[in-house]
Design a protein around this ligand. Structure first.
Ligand SMILES: [Cu+2]
Length: 378
């Protein structure tokens, strides 16, 4: 809340009161919602010089007005109206799981159901009292008994092998160069940490225009669909292994993204871990998937998958730094961020973010969920 106040001051007084470096960088994304809510040009005007005057890296996922560049597309990353199949999967595990479901489980279930139905119909018609007045007295048939024991066992084994392989693949430890994302469940919002990059953020669901006070940020179509859009998306690189760790502050939550075929419980006092690699850039949504209280339905997850270069820029824009052994094409990353880091972004930015974000993790009154509060620390 303190930071929100600071933001208003920054906006009202232009640059006069703003702290150097990181604080000015903050003004840009925050100004946009205010401008959008009350369509005065004043906010936008105040923003532009601020952004221009700041040498810090701009958030590459936002446009100049602070709106997200990547827009949600129905059916990609979240269910389209009327959709009945699984979402297109964008992780190797997800693709295999999708294949297993579509090519193995579904045909098998359909075949078994039709076979049992046919048997039932046959018995009902052929052996009804009128057609079969003398019932058979047979009570054993060894051949048939062996068959109906063996065949189900074989079917179960055929299902178990790929199923267990998939399970193991999810929990295969991530390689050393993986990007670590720590998702922390809170009643009722998510906080995220990138421990190797020095980035922390808080992600709140965006409310509808009619549900927020004047001047507060509300959801637009650019943010994503209702009940799924968040004020701060998780940004992850494509093609780089991700080490996901989950834990919780209060009760058990669960971090789940259908397009990644991924669901990992977030348990207080415990760290769960799995790994995945996103193969396609895009915007993917998920929700808390463990009943965690009154506002369980209102703590969505939005992941924006970007190229490693953009990811490095985003990390810099959040005041973080890429670890020395960078993810992969270190060239672009070093060129893009080196200048800005040299200008002091990293020196000032990183501690500032950490210092302000840490308390926000626990103290944020997400029950009231004043939109934009989750952004205050960024
Ligand atoms: Cu939850």
């Amino acid at each position: 809340m303190r930071m929100l106040g600071l933001t208003s001051i920054v906006l009202a007084a232009g640059l006069a009161l703003a702290a150097p470096g990181h604080a000015q960088n903050v003004a840009a994304p925050e100004a946009a919602p205010a401008a959008a809510a009350a369509p005065q040009p004043a906010g936008a005007e105040a923003t532009t010089p601020a952004a221009a005057a700041t040498p810090a890296v701009a958030d590459p996922t936002l446009d100049a007005s602070g709106q997200p560049l990547l827009k949600a597309e129905p059916g990609v990353g979240y269910a389209a109206p009327g959709g009945i199949t699984m979402l297109d999967q964008v992780t190797p595990t997800g693709r295999e799981l999708h294949w297993f479901h579509n090519k193995v489980l579904l045909p098998l279930i359909v075949a078994i159901s039709l076979f049992v139905l046919a048997l039932l119909i046959w018995v009902i018609i052929r052996y009804r009292r009128a057609a079969n007045p003398e019932p058979s007295r047979t009570s054993h048939n060894t051949f048939i008994e062996i068959i109906w024991t063996l065949v189900p066992v074989l079917i179960l084994i055929a299902i178990a092998v790929p199923s267990i392989r998939l399970l193991a693949a999810q929990f295969k430890p991530a390689p050393k160069e993986a990007v670590t994302l720590k998702a922390i469940g809170n009643q009722w919002f998510w906080t995220y940490e990138y421990p190797d990059h020095g980035v922390q953020l808080t992600s709140n669901m965006l409310k509808e225009q009619g549900e927020v006070a004047a001047g507060q940020r509300y959801r637009t179509d650019a943010d994503g669909p209702r009940l799924l859009a968040v004020d701060q998306r998780v940004v992850l690189p494509v093609g780089v292994p991700i080490r996901l760790q989950t834990t919780a502050q209060d009760v058990i939550h669960s971090w789940a993204i259908p397009a990644f075929a991924l669901k990992l419980d977030a348990v207080p006092g415990k760290i769960n871990e799995l790994s995945f690699t996103i193969e396609k850039p895009g915007l993917y949504f998920g929700q808390c998937s463990e009943l965690c209280g009154a506002r369980h339905a209102y703590m969505p997850i939005a992941v924006e998958a970007v190229s490693p270069e953009v990811f490095a820029q985003w990390v810099a824009s959040k005041g973080g730094t890429m670890p020395a052994a960078a993810t992969e094409p270190a060239g672009a990353l070093a060129n893009d961020t080196a200048d800005d880091t040299a200008n002091g972004t990293a020196d000032e930015g990183a501690p500032t973010v950490n210092a302000t974000a840490a308390p926000a993790v626990t103290n944020q009154p997400a029950t009231q969920n004043p939109a934009g509060l989750g952004q205050a620390d960024q």
